[in-house]
Design a protein around this ligand. Structure first.
Ligand SMILES: O=C(O)c1cc(=O)[nH]c(=O)n1[C@@H]1O[C@H](COP(=O)(O)O)[C@@H](O)[C@H]1O
Length: 292
């Protein structure tokens, strides 16, 4: 038995309780200044812990972006570890946005770091990059499943440069993005057959990608894992864009927003997050969803 319930089950329960919004914890330089915090490990630590505290009971999921912690070296990494622990204590699911990806044997090392049972850097899920081949991720995916954790695999990223790689097609005409979606779907099949609401292997599909999933032949509804959708807010996407990109798969979408919410400051961010959350509950209702 894994030490905790499977990630997909825990995520589905969090979405049912709070709604689908994930808030990114991205302590940008400008945001630290606007919050009156120093550009130092202590500043990002304070920023992240205040954000976690403010979001308790407003959202079910947060996503600290590792880069903004790592830039301060080991004290910054310690601040990330403290943030992960604070999420656990607050009952928030924590997706560590580290976007790791390497050859399979090295992925075993990343697995120990980000989904290892007792690792201080392990949240509830981690973002990974499949551009060394999807199979290279398997050591991490297997360990994540064994510890009740999840993985979000980049498929169609929110930035315009992503298309150069992700829209490319294999000799048989299959797009890279569709192949990644299909590979994730295979890895979720057993959990879904066992009755889990969502598999442990999610995808990252930007809320800004428009008709690309359809144009590229991706079957998002068949992935069976959650669809993390950054790009909401600061990158220009709103609920309408999400509705269009994820038509037919709305039940699995986890829209994510960082700067739009964090720029409201430590005392205002909960109100903004609640407003965004409320708009997204409507999205689920329009899909016949049950989250009330
Ligand atoms: O994996 C991610 O979270 C991610 C994937 C992607 O395609 N685009 C994307 O913006 N992100 C992350 O989502 C966050 C977006 O932040 P805002 O644009 O401030 O909402 C950043 O931490 C990005 O690194």
């Amino acid at each position: 038995m894994p030490p905790r319930a499977p990630f997909g089950r825990r995520l589905a329960a969090a979405i049912d309780t709070y709604g689908p919004l994930c808030v990114g914890i991205d302590p940008h330089e400008e945001l630290l200044a606007a919050w009156g915090l120093p550009s130092a490990a202590d500043g990002v630590r304070e920023f992240a812990l205040r954000t976690v505290e403010a979001l308790r009971d407003v959202v079910g999921v947060v996503k600290p972006q590792a880069a903004f912690f790592e830039r301060f070296g080991s004290p910054g990494v310690a601040a990330l570890e403290e943030t992960i622990a604070a999420c656990r204590a607050a009952g928030l699911l924590c997706i560590v946005d580290a976007k790791r990806g390497d050859i399979g044997s090295t992925m075993g090392g990343y697995a120990s770091a980000y989904v290892g049972e007792d690792s201080p850097l392990a949240g509830d899920a981690v973002t990974v990059s499949p551009y060394l081949g999807f199979g290279s991720l398997d050591p991490l995916i297997e360990q994540a499943r064994a510890t009740g954790r999840g993985v979000f695999v980049l498929a169609l990223t929110s930035n315009p440069e992503g298309a150069q790689v992700q829209h490319a097609r294999e000799a048989n005409g299959t797009s890279v993005a569709a192949r990644i979606a299909a590979e994730a779907g295979h890895r979720n099949a057993a959990e879904l057959e066992a009755g889990e609401p969502l598999g442990s292997v999610g995808l990252v599909v930007g809320a800004t990608v428009g008709s690309a999933p359809r144009d590229l032949g991706m079957d998002l509804a068949a992935v069976g894992g959650a669809l993390l959708a950054p790009g909401l807010g600061a990158q220009g996407a709103g609920t309408d864009e999400i509705r269009r990109v994820f038509a037919g798969a709305e039940h699995a979408v986890l829209p994510s927003s960082s700067r739009e919410i964090l720029s409201a400051g430590p005392t205002g961010l909960a109100v903004v997050a609640q407003r965004v959350q409320d708009g997204l509950r409507d999205l689920r209702r329009s899909d016949g969803g049950t989250s009330d």
